[in-house]
Write a protein that binds this ligand. Structure first.
Ligand code: ZN
Length: 319
């Protein structure tokens, strides 16, 4: 029995226990077959039951301990790098970043930055609509883009690792691989006092058919408390012939044939390197919010999923 099933059972026992106590407390008449069923009691049980069905109802799997740590970290970075002038504003901004367990979740990711105007433009959209995304950055682009990196954290966004030089790690020795990955973490740690938890391999090459590469990568991930993140759906924005409209369609399509996966719990691959992507994202955000989606970071998506977050694991989605 997995942890979430166990939690659901405890919750069911609790709900039925409360109903039993109410029945014994002289309120039996309310529970007689002809009496109207109290609206809050029965639907609560039903909503717990259907959480096991993906794409129907989002699974409310927010663990208290993780969520408290997450909020504490957000307060720290919003205070250090955000726009809030007072402590009260810091707390207000972090409250606005709350994860709603009853809403669908999607994690947008932007690779190959940070850059100047393009990353700024993505961050402007995040700020305007209060959405959080994940940036998989190149270590060689850190210098000169400190302002963008600080702003990412100040807006509650996540920074992930995309190697120092954007290299195909399948061509590296284990030691070279370690240097390409750990150097980015160390630089971000010393610059921003921030621990990177996610790694996205350039070209999505992570030793799929090469156990030696995969083992070396797994060892580096586990040592640094990191997980490998691929994607559920690509926006295809690296194809030159992909127009803004086509990228937009990839971002908002309810179902993707290529991955056989819907948008809920999906990780979407984009790049903050063309205006086409930025413009498509600017249209996709309000559209998806209107459809009931909330934008979360990749680690939030994983921590809120049934799978959970595990160092060394390779994720393409969160189910
Ligand atoms: Zn890349």
């Amino acid at each position: 029995m997995n942890r979430s099933t166990y939690k659901h059972m405890i919750l069911l026992i609790f709900v039925f226990g409360i109903m039993f106590l109410l029945a014994c407390g002289g309120k039996a008449a309310e529970n007689e077959p002809d009496a109207p069923v109290e609206e809050n009691a029965v639907p609560a049980v039903v909503s717990v039951e259907i959480t096991t069905e993906p794409f129907v109802t989002p699974a409310p799997l927010i663990h208290d301990e993780w969520y408290a740590d997450r909020n504490e970290a957000l307060i720290k970075y919003v205070r250090a790098y955000g726009s809030a002038q007072t402590e009260n504003d810091v707390l207000k901004q972090v409250s606005a970043m709350a994860i709603d367990p009853d809403k669908k979740r999607v994690a947008f990711t932007f690779d190959d930055g940070p850059r100047d105007e393009l990353t700024d433009a993505v961050l402007d959209i995040c700020e305007e609509y209060n959405v959080r995304v994940t940036f998989f950055i190149k270590g060689s682009y850190i210098a000169g883009h400190e302002a963008q990196l600080k702003r990412m954290l100040g807006l509650g966004c996540e920074i992930g690792n995309h190697t120092w030089d954007h290299v195909d790690i399948e061509t590296l020795t284990p030691e070279e691989m370690r240097q390409q990955i750990e150097s980015v973490n160390q630089q971000i740690e010393s610059l921003l006092d921030y621990h990177i938890q996610l790694f996205r391999p350039p070209y999505i090459r992570y030793g799929k058919n090469d156990p030696a590469v995969r083992d070396a990568l797994k060892e580096i991930m586990e040592r640094n408390g990191m997980a490998v993140v691929n994607h559920t759906r690509s926006s295809h924005d690296t194809y030159d012939n992909y127009t803004e409209d086509m990228i937009y369609e990839r971002c908002v399509a309810p179902y993707d044939e290529e991955s056989a996966h819907g948008l809920h719990n999906a990780i979407i691959l984009c790049h903050d390197k063309t205006m086409r992507t930025v413009n498509a994202f600017r249209r996709a955000v309000p559209e998806l919010q209107a459809q009931g989606f909330q934008f979360v970071t990749v680690s939030e998506l994983l921590y809120c999923s049934a799978d959970g977050f595990h160092p060394g694991w390779i994720y393409s989605k969160a189910d």
